[in-house]
Design a protein around this ligand. Structure first.
Ligand code: FAD
Length: 385
């Protein structure tokens, strides 16, 4: 007889761990996390920049952020593991179209209870004096945004998940997901089989493959993203907000231990599994960083401290959360792009409600439903960094 569990979660990244934690908090009895690597959090979660922001352009993403920021604040206070620096995010724009988009997003965020502030150029420069002011038209700032240590989030979620009694089985790659009597599913990993009332696909960039194991289609693709580290001479300086130059897409934050982490995402990067730093990225960054951050043009980049990883991307830059139409016991919770660490708490709550209440009450999951791709009914998130 196969082992029987209530929910099997495929993938032990921030999403799978958060789902397992929330399932146990909601009273689900037997929760099993299956992770193919030797330890949890070694996938995309280990490569993240740690940014946390409520400054999105769609209701569902803003609501996921608002919920998650409160939970991350609580988790940091409870465990001391997250290193959550609430420096705020400062979004800067120098074009008329950019300003209109920023104003619309700011209004939507404020209507949903997020205290985003509209700033003129002088106020933005007060926050970050080394910005190049030329052509700067406007900025928005939300003080509860910031950045944290993604490894700390994994450590805190793992500890909580285990404390609450879910089982995490590492070194266990799921190789088949098959229908079982009564609408349940059987999950195979090597010679072992577990029968589960629900299977949660939390496989990050590999979620499309795991969906296929379960006989369903899911357009989640791995897309490489790169980060650069720039050294700054002298002692560590005061932290600054996470700065986003919307004109070029360059993102800059100061590290607590000194230096800057700088990111830029090429919208034309094709899907792929390579996680080495793309040499083209450094050139692309060099030609853009001076637009708002000329200070960084003169500082040395440390190639040994640059890194890359995979965004689990979807065509509309929204996650997929909900039952697979063809197989309702298979719940997808994947495709979080560049916001999976920050949205992990909300993702976990959404799945726990789907399992225990048969519906999600905390959020309207309609824009995240798996069937939207086949229906051609996509809403785009445009604040993609
Ligand atoms: C360079 C970079 C910067 C980023 N910056 C940010 C940021 O600032 N803020 C933010 O919120 N997010 C950021 N992200 C995105 C974030 O890292 C991801 O959205 C998030 O980690 C996704 O978590 P996950 O649990 O879905 O995926 P993962 O962490 O990849 O976890 C999925 C797990 O599933 C396991 N798995 C896959 N297939 C199987 C199988 N068949 N059987 C068993 N296990 C399996 C994998 O081994 C993996 O551990 C960034 C990502 C990158 C690459």
């Amino acid at each position: 007889m196969p082992e029987t569990v209530d929910v099997a979660v495929v993938g032990g990244g921030v999403i799978g761990l958060s789902v397992a934690r929330e399932l146990r908090l909601a009273g689900v009895d037997r929760v099993l996390v299956l992770e193919r690597e030797a330890s949890v959090g070694q996938g995309s979660s280990s490569r993240a920049n740690g940014g946390v922001r409520a400054q999105f352009t769609t209701r569902v993403n803003i609501e996921f952020s608002a919920f998650s920021i409160s939970e991350l604040e609580r988790l940091d206070a409870a465990t001391g593991l997250l290193g959550f620096h609430q420096t705020g995010y400062l979004l800067l724009c120098g074009t008329e179209a950019g300003e209109q988009g920023l104003a619309a997003a700011c209004e939507l965020q404020r209507s949903l209870g997020v205290d985003t502030r509209w700033l003129g150029p002088a106020e933005a420069l007060e926050l970050v004096p080394f910005l190049r002011p030329d052509g700067l038209r406007a900025a928005t700032f939300h003080a509860r945004d910031g950045f944290l240590d993604p490894h700390g989030v994994v450590a805190a979620l793992r500890a909580e998940t285990e404390r609450l009694g879910a089982e995490i089985r590492t070194g266990t790659e799921v190789t088949a997901i098959e229908p079982a009597p009564g609408g349940a599913l059987e999950v195979r990993a090597g010679d072992a089989t577990a029968r589960a009332g629900f299977v949660v696909n939390a496989a990050g960039p590999a979620a499309g493959r795991v969906a296929a194991l379960g006989g369903t289609e899911l357009p989640v693709a791995p897309v490489r993203r790169n980060l650069a580290y720039v050294r700054e001479p002298g002692d560590p300086r005061e932290l600054i907000p996470m700065c986003v130059d919307l004109d070029t897409g360059v993102l800059v934050r100061r590290e607590a231990s000194g230096g800057f982490v700088v990111a830029w995402s090429d919208p034309d990067d094709p899907p792929g599994w390579d996680t080495s730093v793309d040499p083209r990225f450094l050139e692309q960054l060099a030609s853009r960083v001076g637009n708002r951050f000329p200070l960084l043009e003169d500082l040395p980049l440390d190639p040994r401290q640059c890194w890359a990883g995979l965004y689990p991307e979807t065509p509309d830059h929204h996650a997929v959360v909900g039952p697979a139409p063809e197989r309702p016991a298979l719940l997808h919770c994947a495709g979080f792009g560049g916001h999976g660490v920050m949205h992990a708490p909300a993702a976990g709550r959404a799945v726990a409600e789907l399992v225990t209440l048969d519906e999600c009450r905390a959020f309207d999951l309609r824009p995240l439903r798996p069937s939207r791709f086949a229906e051609g009914d996509l809403v785009m998130e445009t604040a993609v960094l």
